[in-house]
Design a protein around this ligand. Sequence first.
Ligand SMILES: [Zn+2]
Length: 301
Amino acid sequence: MELQHIADNVYYLASVINIGVIRGDDDQVVLIDSGIGDRSARRILRVLQAEGLRPVAVCNTHGHGDHVGGNAYLVEHAGVRVYAPLYDSTIIRQPIWSTLCMFAGAEPIHELAVPRFSARPSPVDVIVTEGKLSIAGTTIEAIPMPGHTGTHTCYRVGRVLFLGDLLSSEVELERSKISYAYSVTMRLESLARLPTIEADYYLPAHGGLRQDIGPLLELNVARVRETLDFIREYLARGRAEATDIVAAVADHFGLDIGRVREYFQIHPTIYAHLSYLHNRGEIDFELEGNRLWWVAGAGHL
Ligand SMILES: [Zn+2]
């Protein structure tokens, strides 16, 4: 992990998840996200200290464990202030909300208590909304781009846009096929908005820095469209329960869901596709035989 320069006062630490580093006044830096846990936070701190830099704040793009898992360590060892968007701040303060949402709102099975889903809790000092933040003499623009989570937020500093998990990288899409989504409706709106946000450099949290975001954006949109088209066609052939649809979508993309945590990760994403189609009146449901069947055709608008 080494500090890499992007432009002006903007740097990043390349890792499994990229950490944005914004140089402010004196030796102060602001971080975009904090990595997956204590160990990565310790490495971040060590690299920054070797450069004579002192983190004073973390701006989280969203509340997933691999983005906020270093918060607690950085609060304890560097006294950083944490900035995070509203829905995601709930998960950062009380990580149980992440795994109980995956487990249909119930007490989750212990297999879901992995750092990626369930970070150490951290305080949130400032709730981020759309607009400019002035921290340590720098200006950081918060741009809400919901969909991946309910209040997922990108940050622009000068000519650099930190994307968080707005876009899945080519490697991620090759591996998991479908991008995790809380809301397909919001995600498509955010993806449509991305070309209107001016920047010279784009940094996805998982993937390389790039100047042309077009091809990756197209790939992400195409994957959502393909998933929606598949569900429409699948239901046109006959009604199905959500669990059937999860399996059919996985089969369609050649996914072999081998871990229970992957299963409970794909579940809400498929539900996000179902609510998108239902709320647009494209599919409906029937309750019969104590089962909820999804059916093609007009729903209740
Ligand atoms: Zn995420």
